[in-house]
Design a protein around this ligand. Structure first.
Ligand code: NAX
Length: 328
């Protein structure tokens, strides 16, 4: 039997948590032979802790053979103790009348504290995925608040955007989702993101040729992927949860177990390539192997792509400067 992997999940009693925990415990994230210990963080409020207790009772009732333990807590240092993987899902939602700037600052407080706790108690190899919005900037704040951990350990989730783009493309081009390679979503997890299939293929054929419709790309595909989250809220009355949990599982599974040469999109701290300011957490194409990701280099950036990337980068920089004073 393998040594259990410690997986911390914040916001564990929320809607994404409810779609996520059971799949992690059943082995869908790390493999059907990999035991896990879930270390679950929720707010200290009575209602949140009671909901967490209920979720833990349901986890017990599943009798998952791979679930080697569950901890529920309101203390980040307990949740992150020796964590090998940390899924930071819990975040402050936008309240009525709340400005984007206020949302950023409220979340900055959460992710500064959680970054510091990870710095103090998590495994030095911890793989951190930030899901809670604004995901890229929250990941940046957590990374900056954890100076003793390697920056490369901090990532933000753009995989839902990547998966949304895959599925729109598969439908348009009449190909199977699983056959598409070479897709990326650049930038921020926000409507400014830039889904880019210029180099994508399916079954050896170029998607650009299969689609052969640049106005569909610019006027339908890009805005549709960017605004998909809002469309789900309008249809369901609630934000994406099962698909977000699925994307988190895809992100960590590929990071931990490898993408077999396939490009996947991850928000990772920039090394300065593609004109992305160093340190900014930006969606880029990566391949993964042996528990590490490698940014795909030398993707050609044409004029239109530059324009699209500059727009999303400007937003990321604006978010970063909005929280800079908190990070010293
Ligand atoms: P919910 O409001 O259902 O759940 C969030 C949970 O987090 C709540 O139970 C709350 O008590 C808890 N929480 C809040 N602050 C916490 C803290 N400081 N420590 C521990 N727990 C805390 O939201 P849910 O639908 O689960 O969404 C969670 C986050 O994911 C939101 O920020 C949402 O905007 C974000 N999303 C990000 C996506 C992405 O692609 N990056 C897509 C889906 C989703 O919109």
């Amino acid at each position: 039997m393998k040594t259990p992997v410690r997986v911390a999940v914040t916001g564990a009693a929320g809607q994404i948590g409810y779609s996520l925990l059971f799949r992690i415990a059943s082995g869908e994230m790390l493999g059907k032979d990999q035991p896990v210990i879930l270390q679950l963080l929720e707010l200290p409020m009575e209602k949140a802790q009671a909901a967490l207790k209920g979720v833990i009772m349901e986890l017990e009732d599943c009798a998952f053979p791979l679930l080697a333990g569950v901890v529920g807590t309101d203390d980040a240092e307990v949740a992150f103790k020796d964590a090998d993987i940390a899924l930071l899902v819990g975040a402050r939602p936008r309240g009525p009348g709340m400005e984007r700037k206020d949302l950023l600052l409220e979340n900055a407080k959460i992710f500064t504290a959680q970054g510091a706790a990870l710095n103090k108690v998590a495994s030095r190899e911890v793989k951190v995925l930030v899901v809670g919005n604004p995901a890229n900037t929250n990941a940046y704040i957590a990374m900056k608040s954890a100076p003793d951990l390697p920056s490369k350990n901090f990532t933000a989730m753009l995989r839902l955007d990547h998966n949304r783009a895959l599925s729109q493309l598969a439908e348009k081009a009449g190909v199977a989702v699983g056959d598409i390679e070479g897709l990326v979503v650049w930038g921020n997890h926000s409507p400014t993101m830039y889904p880019d299939y210029r180099f994508a293929t399916a079954g050896g054929k170029k998607l650009k040729d299969l689609v052969n419709d640049e106005s569909w790309n610019r006027e339908t595909f890009i805005p549709k992927v960017g605004k998909r989250g809002a469309a789900i809220i309008e249809a369901r009355g609630l934000s994406s949860a099962a698909s977000a949990a699925n994307a988190a599982i895809d992100h960590i599974r590929d990071w931990a177990l490898g993408s077999n040469g396939k490009w996947v999109t991850m928000g990772v701290p920039s090394d300065g390539s593609y004109g992305v300011p160093e340190g900014v957490i930006c969606g880029v194409p990566v391949t993964t192997q042996n528990g590490e990701y490698t940014v795909v280099k030398d993707v050609e950036i044409d004029d239109y792509s530059r324009q699209m990337m500059d727009k999303t980068l400007a937003e990321l920089e604006e978010e970063r400067s909005g929280v800079a004073h908190l990070l010293g």
